[in-house]
Write a protein that binds this ligand. Sequence first.
Ligand code: HEC
Length: 159
Amino acid sequence: MTPLLRRLTLAGAVVIGLAVTPFAVSHFDDKEMQQSYRQSWFAMVAMNFGPMASSVKGEIPWNQEMMQGWANDLATLTTLNIMRGFGDDSDKGTTRAKPEIWENKADFESKMNDLKTAAAALQKTTAGGDREAIAADVGAVGKACKACHDEYKSKEYLY
Ligand code: HEC
């Protein structure tokens, strides 16, 4: 890296650091590592699924290469062990995760598995390029998100 580039990069990092600090609290808090872990994961999931849903609705132009990238990343994210972010001691804190999760762990996990199955199907369909089939599988993933949120995610922070 040239000295100028390094200076610019450092300056950029400082600016970005200041800019994100007020919002970073809910996504990274070193006293609430599991809450941060799961919320960051959901943010990544949403950043890949959101544009796919917008493309299907025609809100943004269809870009097949980008669609494939989002589908791949979404499917990859669902292969992580997200239950590591839902340990027994992580039910309180800065969170919208309802206490019912810890009372119905098996059901919650099975809803996570439904998402994984739907995301894998969407990845495969996206590779085929059939826009109607992709739209149907985007709908199926959306249903998997909603099925879990309806039962286990609060609209407001809980504690
Ligand atoms: C098996 C359950 C489950 C599934 C499936 C699920 N979610 Fe969630 N989601 C949750 C829970 C619980 C929270 C709250 C986490 C917290 O606040 O600690 C959450 C939080 C979120 C958040 C907020 C993250 C934050 O704190 O800023 C977004 C965005 C989100 N989910 C999007 C999605 C999308 C998009 C999908 C589908 C592609 C999805 N979720 C699938 C349970 C689920």
